[in-house]
Structures are given as structure tokens and as C-alpha cells.
Design a protein around this ligand. Structure first.
Ligand SMILES: Nc1ncnc2c1ncn2[C@@H]1O[C@H](COP(=O)(O)OP(=O)(O)OP(=O)(O)O)[C@@H](O)[C@H]1O
Ligand SMILES: [Mg+2]
Length: 247
């Protein structure tokens, strides 16, 4: 297993009470596969991704990367090895090119021509390479989503955490991105956790699936089994479109 989550629990203090957002989440993520994370709105999907690259600290349980406790890994090194594409991209001040080169510069990878060429990463996500000098905030939502992915790809991470990466894309760009990520998994043994609300997309791309509901991993396993017939009440309700989100 590339990543193993064991009883991960994360709570926040709200109105003088502890609110559990993740409750004892356990599952493994196999090397080189796309693992989709499904679940209604508010079930804890984004929070779980943040916990994995330590943007949010969990209070109990553990997460290992290649068998090593992630809390024992330098946090910047961890975030280089585990890249995150956020649900709503946030850009650093500067151009599209500055944003793409931010990680490689930080981690001293700018000595390689390919890695240092932001145009290469724009082409990978089907954006005009001439846009390196644009302000990313002037791009459309779907274009920003792809710049955010290009920036993460430039770090050459081992694991990608993708939080609804195609939510603002048209169907052509969506298919391109699915094909790109699938081929990176096959060719470079990239491991991906992909959050999506699109069950058809999950069925197309994922080898494994975990369903989150109220902060619990209620069902997980191989995607072909899940889509052929979920075993839990929640899994059945989710595929029937009857598992509601939190209000
Ligand atoms: N800092 C916080 N304080 C209080 N509640 C929080 C905090 N962060 C997250 N939550 C709550 O935790 C729950 C899970 O949020 P999260 O963003 O992980 O859900 P999600 O599954 O990604 O939802 P969506 O599909 O809408 O993106 C939500 O009910 C949210 O309101
Ligand atoms: Mg979310």
C-alpha cells in the first residue's frame, strides 16, 4: 500500500463543543491506482485530503506513506511528495509561470530543463503555453483549475490528491484530464486520490473506491465491485442518489 489510513479522527471546536468531522477513517490506497473518494456534500472528503498532506491536523489515528508515519516526515517534503489540487484554487502572487515554477524552485528542481519549463505543464493540461506570463486570476474557472493541476504536476509528486479537479471543465477537457491522469498512473506509478461527485466519472477512472458519510468510511473496495452492487445500506443509497449531504 502506498498510503494507509488507520482510524483517522479529526474534530473542531464549535460552539464550545467538539464536532467530529472525520470519525475513525481507515482504508489503504494502492500504489499506482486511481482511488476515488465519494460521498455527499459535507461528508468530510476535502478535510480528509487536507489531513493527508497535513493542511489540517488530525487528533487520533495515523497515516503512513510507504510505511512511514507522515508526522515524522518534514512537512514541506511531505507536500512535495503528496501534491494537492484544491477544490478552489488559490494562487501565489505572480504569473501563471511563477505559480508553476514555485515548487520546483522551492525544492531545487530548476536544474532540469523539462521540469523548469512551465510551458510543458501548460501543454499537458491543454492550455496555451503563451499563457505563462498571464495573471492566473484573469483566467476562467476551468482554466484556473487546470493551472492549479499543472502547478502540482510540476512537483513530480508520488501521490496526487485531486479535489473535484474537473468540476469546472467542459466534457472535452474533462476526458483529456482523465486520460492524462490515468496514463501517469500507468506509466509513472503515480497514486491518486480523486474526489468526485460524478459517479460515472468514478466508474470510468477508478480502480478503488471509498464512500464517506458523516465523516466515516462506510464502504470501500474495488470499484468494479462497488458499482456492480454496493454491500452497505449507505452504498446502495448513494448510487440510487438518495444519500443526502449535511445541512
Ligand atoms: N473549520 C471548521 N469548522 C467547523 N466545521 C468545519 C470546519 N471545516 C469543515 N467543517 C465541516 O466539516 C464537514 C466536512 O467538510 P468538507 O469540506 O470536508 O466536506 P466535503 O465532503 O468536501 O463536502 P463538498 O462535497 O461540499 O466539498 C462539513 O460539515 C463542514 O461544514
Ligand atoms: Mg469538498
Amino acid at each position: 500500500m502506498k498510503l494507509v489510513l488507520t482510524n483517522v479522527s479529526l474534530s473542531v471546536r464549535q460552539d464550545s463543543q467538539d464536532k467530529e468531522i472525520l470519525q475513525g477513517v481507515s482504508f489503504g490506497v494502492r500504489l499506482g491506482v486511481i482511488h476515488t473518494l465519494l460521498g455527499p456534500s459535507g461528508s468530510g472528503k476535502s478535510t480528509l485530503l487536507y489531513a493527508i498532506n497535513r493542511l489540517r491536523e488530525f487528533q487520533r489515528g495515523g497515516i503512513t506513506l510507504d510505511g512511514e508515519d507522515i508526522r515524522g516526515i518534514n512537512v514541506y517534503e511531505l507536500r512535495r511528495r503528496i501534491g494537492l489540487v484544491m477544490q478552489k484554487p488559490i494562487f501565489f502572487p505572480g504569473t501563471v509561470g511563477d505559480n508553476i515554477l514555485y515548487g520546483p524552485h522551492l525544492w531545487g528542481k530548476d536544474n532540469s530543463l523539462t521540469l523548469a519549463d512551465p510551458k510543458h505543464y501548460l501543454e499537458m493540461v491543454q492550455l496555451d503555453p503563451a499563457w505563462v506570463s498571464r495573471d492566473p486570476n484573469t483566467l476562467s474557472g476551468g482554466q484556473q483549475q487546470r493551472v492549479s493541476l499543472a502547478r502540482t504536476l510540476a512537483n513530480n509528486s508520488e501521490v496526487l490528491l485531486l479535489d473535484e479537479p474537473t468540476s469546472a471543465l467542459d466534457s472535452q477537457a474533462c476526458v483529456h484530464l482523465e486520460t492524462l491522469i490515468t496514463s501517469l498512473c500507468q506509466e509513472r506509478k503515480l497514486t491518486v486520490i480523486w474526489v468526485t461527485h460524478d459517479v460515472h466519472q468514478a466508474e470510468r477512472i477508478a480502480q478503488d473506491v471509498t464512500l464517506l458519510y458523516h465523516g466515516k468510511a462506510v464502504e470501500h473496495g474495488e470499484s468494479k465491485h462497488f458499482f456492480a452492487g454496493p454491500t452497505t445500506v449507505e452504498g446502495k443509497a448513494y448510487l440510487a442518489g438518495k444519500l443526502g449531504g449535511e445541512s
